[in-house]
Design a protein around this ligand. Structure first.
Ligand SMILES: Nc1ncnc2c1ncn2[C@@H]1O[C@H](COP(=O)(O)OP(=O)(O)O)[C@@H](O)[C@H]1O
Ligand SMILES: [Mg+2]
Length: 246
């Protein structure tokens, strides 16, 4: 069971980002990014490698120094104590313990998050790892490790989920199941942001944020993307948009 979010809270934006700029040395990594997102939205953050997806996600988590602009998550500055336990995050390079089993990893993080052991069982099922519970993480494939990290992000059903490339390296069936899981989470009122450099994942999201070179190139539905670009594939629509902004 996933807890639903009170209607009162759902009137407020989950993310509110205004003119966010991030510079590293002299490089502009994010260039005046603005968007907001409401509870229940499934947002695909898509863009090629190096476009700034992970940097934007880190800014939402409060672990990225920002140069200017403002970022609010659930009406609080990222990293605020009030956001503790409210955000499930899956990093692109997962930080799980390879010398522990799948279940030991989930139990460890459930303990950190003060979650009951029933949550360990639940999330193992969601990421289809129940039969792998006693396997050492060091013996798992890359895709299986990704699922362990995703399971950790799902512990406690947080109202905000920030998932950095959770479907990369997974087989198509599992990828489809995971996108269904993301949709189910949003149906309970959670806001889920999922990044991917695979533009075809676009069709799965109700809303797309396309990033390129640190700027938002497009923010609307997948159907709108194909219609605006006059294309039938997301790759060619993306290329068409890039041509237009040159
Ligand atoms: N630690 C770092 N130091 C300098 N530049 C970095 C660092 N991390 C990322 N970058 C640069 O920031 C840009 C955006 O990176 P990132 O947010 O990881 O993109 P994405 O997740 O879309 O692949 C890239 O040009 C990358 O080279
Ligand atoms: Mg990244």
């Amino acid at each position: 069971m996933v807890a639903s979010i009170p209607i009162e809270a759902s009137r407020q934006p989950t993310f509110d980002v205004v003119n966010l700029c991030v510079k590293r040395q002299h490089d502009e990594i994010l260039k005046s990014i603005s968007f907001s997102a409401a509870p229940g939205e499934l947002i695909g953050l898509l863009g090629p490698s190096g476009s700034g997806k992970s940097t934007l996600m880190r800014a939402l988590l409060g672990v990225q120094a920002i140069t200017s602009g403002s970022v609010q998550v659930l009406q609080s500055p990222p990293g605020s104590p009030s956001l503790r336990g409210q955000i499930g995050y899956m990093a692109q390079n997962s930080a799980i313990y390879v010398d522990l089993t799948v279940e030991e990893n989930l139990r460890y993080f459930a303990g950190v998050l003060h979650q009951p052991s029933s949550e360990v069982t639940r999330v193992a099922g969601v990421v289809a790892l129940t039969s792998f519970s006693n396997r050492l993480v060091s013996s798992l494939s890359g895709g299986e490790r990704t699922r362990v990290s995703l399971g950790i992000a799902l512990l406690g059903s947080p109202p905000v989920m920030i998932l950095d490339e959770p479907t990369v390296g997974l087989d198509p069936m599992l990828r489809r199941d995971l996108w269904r899981t993301f949709e189910d989470l949003t149906a309970t009122g959670a806001t889920v942001m999922v990044s991917s450099h695979v533009l075809d994942e676009a069709a799965r999201c109700a809303r797309l944020l396309l990033l390129r070179n640190g700027s938002i190139l497009f923010d609307n539905s997948p159907a709108q993307l194909l219609s605006v670009a006059g294309c039938t594939s997301y790759d060619s629509a993306f290329e068409r948009l890039i041509e237009e902004v040159k």
